[in-house]
Design a protein around this ligand. Structure first.
Ligand code: GRF
Length: 215
């Protein structure tokens, strides 16, 4: 089995990044994390990745003239490390349609809500304010529109009385840490792929796209 060379793009603490690196430390896992990139040099996750023995680089968007230049720097590093798949994990920069198209079907993201509900920021606050009873997280292929794109997998979390954005975020994050490694494994092994604008599963019986949350 050849393991897919995978980069993780972060902007912050990198807890999803850690869960992916840990899952990929098993030799049988179909992806190998070869690079962690951050657009913020001070991102906490960069130190974590280094400690875990992963190559890291900061590509500071602030010192680049515009998105195209920033992405050109990202692309140089991705090519240097012969990256085949990209995982966005708390990466807070919008990517241009041309960069997204370059990586079409090879770039995935995790979002802390059950898409298509609650695209964008402050998802937990918004779900609570709406009185939603079910919330969760989604891994999807990245398309040019933010937080859109064909869904690979979702996990649901029940909202309970007394939940605050913090308590809910904690339970959703715990599910993210299970869902993202499972979704990357399915994509890296080719069991789940993007065909046109649809997600195709090799064996729908084996690859659930919905994982009931444990909470
Ligand atoms: C997660 O909630 C993820 O779903 C969202 O950003 C947050 C990143 O957290 N895209 P972390 O940096 O992985 O801890």
């Amino acid at each position: 089995m050849t393991r897919k060379r995978t980069a993780i793009l972060i902007s912050g603490r990198g807890s999803n990044m850690r869960s992916l690196i840990e899952a990929a430390s098993a030799p049988s896992y179909p992806a190998e994390i070869v690079l962690v990139l951050s657009n913020r040099p001070e991102a906490e996750g960069l130190g974590v990745a280094k400690e875990l023995g992963i190559a890291t680089a900061a590509v500071d968007h602030k010192i680049h003239a515009g998105r195209e230049n920033f992405e050109a720097s990202l692309q140089v590093l991705l090519e240097l490390h012969r990256v085949e798949l990209i995982c966005l994990a708390g990466f807070m920069r919008l990517l241009t349609p041309s960069f997204v198209r370059l990586w079409e079907g090879r770039m995935i993201n995790i979002h802390p809500a059950l898409l298509p509900a609650y695209r964008g920021l402050h998802t937990h606050e918004r779900a609570l304010a709406d009185g939603a009873k079910i919330h969760g997280c989604t891994v999807h292929f990245v398309v040019p529109a933010m937080d859109e794109g064909p869904v690979i997998a979702q996990a649901a979390v029940a909202i309970v009385d007394g939940d605050t954005p913090e308590t809910l975020a904690r339970r959703v994050l715990a599910e993210e840490h299970i869902l993202y490694p499972a979704a990357l494994a399915a994509v890296a092994s080719g069991r789940i792929k993007l065909v046109g604008d649809r997600v195709v599963r090799e064996d729908p019986e084996q690859d659930p796209h919905f994982l009931p949350g444990g909470s």
